[in-house]
Design a protein around this ligand. Structure first.
Ligand SMILES: [Zn+2]
Ligand SMILES: [Zn+2]
Length: 127
């Protein structure tokens, strides 16, 4: 049986259950991720769309169309960043909303748009 990962937003309105395998765990420092999440670097992990269930009272999180192929999602009650729902059958979730992000397989293994982060901001990604 595939591992199940759980998490949710600050107020608990949005909750998810995602079943593995988690794909492409990475950090990203692009301007879109910075504005969406409010942090200089966002940590991401992807799941197949069919493997993510929205189990909280709020159901599917609100979405804002951010690019030609993806929408950024957030809780409509507390504003927490949830992730990105792509048109492709992929849902990317931010690691900060996981109940238990301290799992080896969720560890970011690459860093996108590293040049967009401030020079004084250090992100350690083990490869
Ligand atoms: Zn919330
Ligand atoms: Zn990004």
């Amino acid at each position: 049986m595939a591992k199940v990962y759980q998490g949710g937003c600050l107020c608990g309105n949005i909750r998810f259950e995602a079943s593995g395998p988690p794909k492409n765990p990475h950090t990203c420092s692009c301007k879109m991720c910075q504005r969406h999440g409010g942090s200089l670097t966002q940590a991401w992990v992807e799941f197949e769309k069919g493997h993510v269930a929205w189990v909280g009272a709020g159901g599917v999180p609100k979405q804002w169309r951010s690019s030609e192929y993806s929408s950024r999602s957030f809780c409509n009650k507390c504003g927490s960043t949830i992730g990105a729902i792509d048109d492709a059958p992929v849902i990317a979730l931010v690691l900060g909303i996981f109940d238990w992000p301290n799992k080896t397989e969720l560890r970011p293994t690459s860093h996108s748009y590293i040049s967009k982060k401030p020079k004084w901001w250090c992100v350690h990604v083990e490869t």
